[in-house]
Design a protein around this ligand. Structure first.
Ligand code: 9YT
Length: 135
């Protein structure tokens, strides 16, 4: 069994910061669960362009207010505590935080922990056994 708390992760390489968010990776590929599990905080007043072309992600909001705008349709969905969205079609979107958003995120395939968003908001598909990050 694996038991971890956010306090175990803060300040370690599993505590990953970007300009508009910080993400604590509670479970990663190496844990062998088949998914990764993160708690992500999106900073108030920010917008983030995201397009996970290689991953499916489900996101459950536990705190804060914001919205998600689907690029293809222009549809906007309000986000608040108790709202879940699942990017089941690799949906390109904008994530906007009116106040600080606290989200629980699940990725399939699991993140290895080394991914960073590229300029298109994409995470590359990394191979857990390979040490080198593809260019
Ligand atoms: C909600 C979302 O996708 N935020 C970006 C960070 C991501 N959840 C991650 O890498 O943990």
């Amino acid at each position: 069994m694996i038991v971890r708390s956010l306090d175990d992760i803060k300040g370690t390489p599993q505590d990953v910061a970007a300009p508009t968010w910080v993400s604590r990776r509670l479970l990663l590929a190496r844990d062998g669960m088949g998914f990764s599990l993160h708690e992500t905080t999106i900073f108030a007043g920010t917008e983030t362009h995201i397009h996970y072309q290689h991953h499916l992600e489900a996101v459950y909001c536990i705190e804060g207010e914001g919205e998600i705008e689907m690029v293809a349709s222009g549809r906007v969905h309000a986000i608040g505590p108790g709202v879940m969205y699942a990017l089941d079609r690799h949906d390109e979107h904008w994530l906007r935080a009116r106040s600080e958003l606290r989200m629980v995120c699940v990725f399939n395939p699991p993140l290895t922990g080394r991914e960073v968003h590229d300029e298109q908001g994409v995470y590359p598909l990394l191979n857990e056994v390979a040490d080198e990050v593809p260019g």
